[in-house]
Design a protein around this ligand. Structure first.
Ligand SMILES: Cc1ncc(COP(=O)(O)O)c(C=O)c1O
Length: 369
């Protein structure tokens, strides 16, 4: 039996009829950019997240960059300001900060939750820090009460990187995207809500921010021929918006299927050399990634591969060790390094069969060093 890490063809073929119809609706509408499909999806996604607005953009990276750029226009941030951001995240979180002339301060993750370590967050605070970019790693929300009390204490903007957390909720049932003052989502095809190409969105309750993101994503325009600020071209197109509307209807059911698989892994993987992920039952984790840890990372991946199972590492080269950030190579981030050396992402997706889940569990349990 083979278990791919993720089978996008199977995931999306479940939506074939609605995707075909969507394709044809868009094709015959003759309007391919900034049309009715995008307006419809933006309203649906905002309502899903509980925010007053959602703005569709070209990617998760653009969503993040446009939030920072907008806050600079609004005078809430200025170039050179420091932004606290987890060191254990996808490179886009950090690149978005640098894209806007801001300065990332890398914070260690918590070894149990993979999210921000609040002690390290507090120790990295200084007067020139003006915001926290909180990343909900692997689909589990950062502790929002502690996060907001930290941000409120120092009057910091709280921005969410919710690229991995569509539909995740905190203990008060507040969803990812509605915890900070603005949030960025990615609709990269492998995400829990994935497009058939690139895409992203900003969610917010702040009308000024919304207006700026709408202008910035479209050449800084306020009308067809009038640009008032320097912008970019980053618009979620009609086809992707239409596909995402169709898939959004199944997001909660798909997240529930991921949860069922995660519960089986948590209950049935019992190899003592493997550390299972911590999660709080009070939080609605959406299991974008099921991350285990072991000192035998490479051997386990090889063992699984021999049994037809694809596992991955998120992320094998931490940000401070990437060539593009070579001046940071000496930063002391031992927990981030440790996660890179030990993390293994097991297959998890809404179309996995229970036989495939059985196969993964028995393969992990049968590994001996
Ligand atoms: C945590 C995180 N932030 C940002 C991004 C960037 O999203 P995109 O690839 O759509 O630019 C990703 C995507 O992988 C991500 O996982």
């Amino acid at each position: 039996m083979t278990v791919p890490f993720i089978d996008l063809q199977q995931i999306n073929s479940r939506f074939e009829t609605s995707l075909q119809k969507g394709w044809s609706d868009v094709m015959f509408s003759g309007r391919y950019i900034l049309g009715d499909q995008l307006t419809k999806f933006e309203l649906e996604f905002a309502s899903y997240c509980g925010t007053s607005s959602a703005i569709g953009v070209g990617s998760g990276l653009d969503a993040l960059s446009l939030i920072f750029e907008s806050y600079i226009h609004l005078g809430r941030l200025k170039p050179g300001d420091k932004i606290l951001v987890p060191a254990h995240t996808y490179i886009a979180s950090v690149m978005s900060i640098l894209n806007c002339g801001l300065f990332p301060v890398l914070v260690e993750p918590d070894l149990k939750t993979f999210n921000l370590d609040f002690n390290d967050l507090a120790s990295k605070y200084s007067h020139d820090v003006k915001a926290v970019l909180a990343v909900h790693m692997y689909g589990q929300l950062v502790d929002s009460e502690r996060l907001m009390s930290f941000c409120n204490k120092y009057d910091l903007l709280c921005i969410e990187d919710a690229a991995q957390a569509h539909g995740a909720k905190n203990f008060s049932a507040v969803k990812a995207g509605h915890i900070g003052s603005a949030a960025a989502f990615s609709f990269y095809p492998t995400k829990n809500l994935g497009a058939l190409g690139d895409g992203g969105a900003v969610t917010t309750d702040d009308q000024d921010l919304e207006e700026l993101v709408r202008q910035l994503r479209d050449y800084g325009r306020i009308s067809r021929s009038e640009s008032v600020i320097f912008g970019v071209n980053s618009r979620l197109d009609e086809i992707q918006a239409c596909f995402l509307s169709a898939k959004l209807k199944s997001l909660d059911t798909d997240n529930e299927k991921r949860r069922i698989i995660a519960c089986r892994y948590l209950e049935e993987i019992e190899n003592p050399i493997v550390e299972l992920p911590y999660f709080s039952k009070q939080l609605d984790h959406v299991w974008h990634i099921f991350a285990i840890r072991s000192n035998f990372q490479k051997d386990i991946i090889h063992h699984l591969d021999k049994k037809g199972i694809s596992a991955m590492v998120h992320y094998p080269i931490p940000i401070h060790r990437q060539k593009v950030f070579s001046p940071w190579a000496d930063l002391n981030l031992p927990v981030t390094d440790q996660i890179s050396r030990t993390e293994i992402s097991l297959p998890i997706s809404p179309i996995m069969t229970s036989a495939q889940v059985d196969h993964v569990i028995s393969a992990v349990n049968s590994f001996t060093p």
